[in-house]
Design a protein around this ligand. Structure first.
Ligand SMILES: *Cc1c(COP(=O)(O)O)cnc(C)c1O
Length: 491
């Protein structure tokens, strides 16, 4: 068991600015053998900065060592388990990278003429088709650059559809087990959000829903499986209730890692949904992207999809801009093309059975973790869980240890923390999603660490409350860091 260990001071990397000394350079240039040009005259004075205040002056080896050392402080899926619930941090098979780096794909230019872009178009058309088959939907746009932008696109489609019927309607219903981006999206499109309380199983209650659905309701946004990792058992019934009043069903498909190859949203009443290629289909993510959030729709929403659309013609694939009902572009060019290539490589390398097996393994892994941790951590919703599992810290809270403390202590054991305090309907949540990436040996290490922390909480809660002890920086003041961030280095 790891006890309090203080990091060696030499492991604390100073800022590059702190290494700076005047006149040091990382390069040597030969003497100029052409006439000297005044940069301000050549570029325009407003484009030339006289001096960059405090710009670090360092040697090449100092720059290289600085960034190389920092890179070794990073935690990555290539180093170990990344159990962040909701994020689907799966391993990115290297074949994806190989394919995305093929010259013809990596160097394709978005302004290349359509006749010279046939290969790239084919990749996109093929991916659209694969995603239609996986989701059971009729058409797919690959433009949105993230899940949240897919949501925005989807709700704009919903709105355009209702407007075409003569009334955009006023409200979107959102269960309390939804992802936080869902209400944010509905509000951005100008809809009022009505919260729908889950029942004691953490699921949608058709009776509660039936009371909420009126002619004012444009639709529901439902995350399925929801953020508790629970499949909405009454989703087909819910869709019937909405459709009976002319409302639509939006499914947040960021959790498709629990469904691919097993169930298709198009078969249980969903009208429009998004996928996160950077989750389910393995493109690496974190640090802000790039991502991709394709939107899949049923036939009745297809006319509204963002323009342009790929269209097969006698001369090959072409971009079709002639789409009078389209909501317009949501992203420049073709979306994040490199992500699309990786997703298609992942899908083709797995094949249908492989994708299904990945789903089954992801669900098995989450349930194995549930079984092993249930004796030590409280499980507020005991409905069968799918690809992730959500515990609460209520047992540990009795000893003054909260989910954030357990997460920090997990760092001492060499793991990236799980998702802390989310979803909000579980107080003090510990949300764990192992994905199919992990084998039993890795999962056992993670589970053993969490069990060990539960035992520490009983015997020596202070060691947990003051964690982490093995990192370069121990506990930081998160509130001040968020409220008064210092983003500028001052000499
Ligand atoms: C990750 C996630 C999103 C948002 O996706 P981004 O690509 O991060 O914008 C939305 N809903 C759910 C359920 C998610 O897990």
């Amino acid at each position: 068991m790891i006890k309090k260990v203080r990091s060696h001071p030499t492991q604390n990397e100073p800022l590059l600015f702190e290494r700076s000394s005047p006149g040091k350079k990382a390069y040597q240039l030969p003497a100029l053998d052409v006439p000297e040009v005044d940069p301000a005259a050549a570029l325009g004075g407003e484009n030339v900065r006289e001096e960059i205040p405090g710009f670090p002056e360092v040697s090449e080896v100092e720059v290289i060592r600085h960034f190389t050392r920092l890179s070794t402080w990073n935690y990555a899926i290539d180093l170990g388990v990344y159990p962040l619930g909701s994020c689907t941090m799966k391993y990115n098979p290297r074949i994806n990278e190989l394919v995305a780096r093929l010259d013809g794909l990596a160097w394709a230019h978005p302004y290349q003429p359509e006749t010279r872009s046939q290969g790239a178009f084919e990749v996109m058309a093929h991916l659209e088709q694969a995603l239609e088959e996986i989701t059971g939907m009729d058409a797919v746009t690959l433009q949105p650059a993230a899940g949240a932008q897919g949501e925005l696109t989807g709700i704009l489609l919903m709105r355009a559809y209702h407007e075409k019927q003569g009334n955009p309607r006023k409200k979107i219903l959102i269960p309390d087990s939804a992802h936080g981006t869902n209400p944010a999206t509905a509000a951005m499109v100008g809809y009022e959000v009505e919260n729908i309380a889950s029942n004691s199983h953490g699921m949608l209650d058709p009776e509660v829903l039936a009371r909420a659905v009126t002619e004012d309701v444009a639709g529901i946004m439902v995350t399925n499986p929801n953020t508790l990792g629970v499949f909405e058992r009454d989703i087909a019934r819910a869709a019937e209730i909405l459709h009976a009043k002319g409302a639509l069903v939006y499914m947040d498909g960021a959790n498709m890692n629990a469904l691919v190859g097993i169930a298709r949203p198009g078969d249980f009443g969903v009208d429009v949904m998004h996928l996160n290629l950077h989750k389910t289909f393995s493109t690496p993510h974190g640090g802000g992207g790039p991502g991709s959030g394709p939107v899949a729709v049923k036939k009745h929403l297809e006319p509204f999809l963002p323009a342009p659309r790929l269209k097969t013609t006698a001369e090959g694939l072409r971009l079709d801009f002639d789409r009078p009902d389209s909501i317009g572009r949501v992203r420049a060019f073709y979306g994040n093309f490199g992500v699309l290539v990786r997703a298609l490589a992942y899908i083709l390398a797995h094949g249908g059975n492989g994708l299904r097996n990945a789903t089954v393994d992801a669900v098995l892994n989450a349930n194995y973790i549930r079984r092993r941790l249930e004796p030590y951590y409280d499980l507020p919703y005991t409905a069968p869980n799918m690809h992730e599992v959500v515990f609460s810290d209520s047992k540990q809270a009795a000893r003054g240890v909260r989910t954030g403390d357990i997460a920090k202590r997990l760092i001492d054991y060499g793991f990236h923390p799980y998702t802390v305090s989310f979803p909000l309907i579980v107080h003090g949540a510990l949300m764990i999603e192992p994905t199919e990436t992990e084998g039993k040996m890795e999962i056992d290490l993670l589970v053993d660490a969490l069990i060990s922390i539960a035992l520490e909480t009983e015997n020596d809660p202070d060691v947990v409350k003051s964690a982490p002890h093995t990192t370069r920086v121990s506990r930081v003041d998160e509130v001040t860091a968020a409220r008064r961030p210092v983003l500028r280095w001052k000499p």
